[in-house]
Design a protein around this ligand. Structure first.
Ligand code: NAD
Length: 592
């Protein structure tokens, strides 16, 4: 009545019937009728029918089309709601199960070689199952590989970028073809449920295609010519590049680091984490089939502390790209800094390390959304993602309500063997990790109040999702990376305090905020010290090109993976100025 009295046109809706369908019908109507593009809205502006029905045209006065850039076409994940695709995943598990226990050898200079030392890679859901036997290289074999890389470098650095990028694009195709099989290997070797492994295959494919495109862009270089003088800025590869990868993203991370190094023209040695070497052997199969030349890419599984460290310190190695723990990353950074006899360059180190990521939930947050986002971010892949949420800082007015709902949501999680489609939370990687996480849980019981610890199977390396509440910001479980399914809930009196708590660790990897208060969102954008900030969504699952990924402080040195600056780290810029005035041409005798 008030609106009509003010002269507005008023349309009334009165949904009736069942509550939920009625509500959603009403919301849809409101959205449709109030959208600028809605014909209801437009017809109220008395525009001619012909105009209302015509196809939309580019508006020459709008700059949307000038600033719009094509979005990188990311690979699509599998839609597991499709029964045929679900069956394909299950068949792949059966197929891979038949192949368990085979032997995988290192690839040096194009040959698979035998080794004196072998390790068994075990299924963390069922450690009596051997996923594969992996040959570990010796220090002498590492030396042979480095010499082979040196020999292969001159030809690879001069291989046209189009051709190098072609190998990556072919590899992307092969990863797509082997998607279901690779997901199955990840379920067996590192206990990753199928849908989580599937996103990793997409990421690996994206890295191949994105870095191929990026290198073609960089290969154009820059031209700063003036009259009488050419000025050309170009990039050249660095040389011999060692990749040292972790086990928690056993496919996407080593693929991303390796193909970035290869496409930029570096001869590359991949040393995967010991416990995920079978998947690294699968990466090797793909790269070989995609046509990578002998010596250009080599698969050198081995012990980090011996062979890994030997390669890091080798005078012929130009760069080390590492992802893993802060402890090892800092050590590699220091070791690589020492100039060795015969070494004529300083090494470049990219080190992506750990995190202690926080999500802030303020009093205006949508708690349903916040609970779901926190649970997935904290317990997806059993909390073993560098991006995982391990602290949630909740403002006092919603603290009790949040804790209550969070506890019930965590109680509902399904913990079990990673190959079962019903599993939401699988095992942790190995007995050491299980032991370490259990020790942190004991510390947590001293430091804080246990809200819930979900029961977990006895066989296998399982730890049930665990939530501690009333945790002090300075507590050990609120400061140290646990790398397992343990979440610390911390209470804050106001938003400033919450932000201080979130920023109060040595790390700066990912962070999140659930809020509907614009000033809080603004403040978090400006002051939340993280490499990747996520607002009103979960904090894991970065997508190549859309969400370039990486941290700072003690979370890493290096530009973001899957972002526009990443490849620059693998390249050496050169500039050439030529005076082209009055030089003429002086033929040298005997030379045509
Ligand atoms: P880790 O540091 O134990 O091992 C990583 C790699 O380093 C392995 O290949 C290992 O063999 C090798 N290594 C160990 N000692 C070495 C040495 N002295 N010299 C050379 N190499 C050596 O890490 P992890 O347990 O495999 O992975 C988990 C860690 O990785 C967590 O801290 C996690 O946060 C971090 N991570 C970070 C990111 C990121 O992007 N920032 C991504 C994934 C994982």
């Amino acid at each position: 009545k008030a609106l009509v009295q003010k002269g507005y046109r008023v349309r009334m809706y009165c949904p009736y019937g069942d509550l939920l369908p009625g509500m959603s019908y009403l919301i849809r109507r409101l959205l449709e009728n109030t959208a600028n593009s809605s014909f209801v809205r437009q017809s109220s502006e008395n525009r001619p029918v012909e105009e209302l029905l015509s196809a939309p045209k580019d508006n020459p006065n709008s700059n949307i089309f000038e600033t719009w850039k094509p979005v990188f076409p990311n690979a699509a994940d599998t839609d597991f709601s499709n029964a045929a695709l679900r069956d394909k995943g299950l068949r792949a598990l059966e197929m891979v199960r038949q192949q368990l226990g085979q032997t995988y050898n290192p690839l040096i200079n194009g040959q698979y070689i035998n080794t004196a030392q072998m390790i068994d890679s075990l299924n963390p859901s069922n450690p009596s199952e051997i996923v594969g036997k992996v040959g570990l290289i010796s220090v002498e074999q590492a030396e042979t590989a480095i010499q082979a890389a040196k020999a292969a470098f001159p030809a690879w650095r001069h291989t046209p970028v189009r051709q190098r990028a072609g190998v990556l694009r072919k590899a992307a195709e092969l990863f797509e073809q082997r998607r279901a099989e690779l997901c199955a290997w990840m379920a067996f070797e590192v206990g990753k449920p199928l849908h989580q492994g599937d996103a990793e295959v997409s990421e690996a494919i994206d890295f191949c295609r994105y870095y191929a495109d990026e290198m073609e862009r960089l290969d154009q270089g820059y031209q700063y010519d003036t009259a009488g003088e050419t000025n050309r800025y170009n990039y050249q590869p660095r040389g011999i590049s060692v990749i040292i990868s972790p086990w928690n993203f056993p496919l996407a991370i080593p693929v991303g680091m390796t193909v970035a190094s290869l496409v930029t023209g570096n001869c590359t040695l991949l040393k995967p984490a010991e416990v995920s070497s079978v998947i690294a052997a699968k990466i090797t199969e793909v790269l070989v089939e995609a046509g990578i030349p002998a010596g250009v890419f080599q698969f050198v599984p081995g012990k980090g502390s011996t062979v890994g460290s030997y390669m890091v310190q080798h005078p012929d190695v130009h760069m080390i790209t590492f992802t893993g723990s802060q402890e090892v990353g800092c050590r590699i950074y220091a070791e690589a800094a020492l100039l060795k006899p015969g070494q004529k360059h300083l090494k470049r180190v990219i080190a992506e390390m750990g995190g202690k990521n926080a999500i802030i939930v303020d009093e205006s947050a949508d708690l349903d959304q916040a609970v779901a986002g926190v649970v997935y971010s904290a317990f997806g892949y059993t909390g073993q993602k560098c991006s995982a949420c391990s602290r949630v800082v909740v403002l006092e007015p919603v603290y009790e309500a949040f804790v209550k709902r969070l506890t019930e949501a965590v109680r509902s999680l399904n913990v079990g063997n990673a190959v079962l489609p019903s599993t939401q939370v699988g095992p942790v990687i190995d007995a050491n990790a299980q032991q370490k996480i259990k020790e942190y849980i004991e510390i947590g019981k001293q430091e804080a109040e246990l809200a819930i610890q979900v029961a977990a199977p006895e066989t296998g390396y399982f730890v049930g999702p665990t939530v501690f509440i009333n945790v002090l910001p300075t507590a050990k479980i609120a400061q140290e990376e646990i790398f397992g399914p343990v979440l610390a809930v911390i209470k804050a009196q106001n938003f400033e305090e919450a932000l201080d708590i979130a920023n109060g660790t040595n790390f700066a990897l990912t962070g999140g905020l659930y809020s509907r208060t614009p000033s809080h969102i603004q403040k978090a954008k400006a002051e939340f010290e993280v490499g990747n900030l996520y607002i009103n969504r979960g904090i894991t699952g970065a997508i190549v090109s859309r969400q370039p990924f990486g941290g700072f402080k003690l979370s890493g040195v290096g530009s973001k993976a899957g972002g526009p600056d990443y490849l620059l780290q693998f390249l050496e810029p050169r500039h050439i100025t030529e005076n082209i005035q009055r030089q003429g041409f002086a033929p040298i005798e005997g030379v045509e």
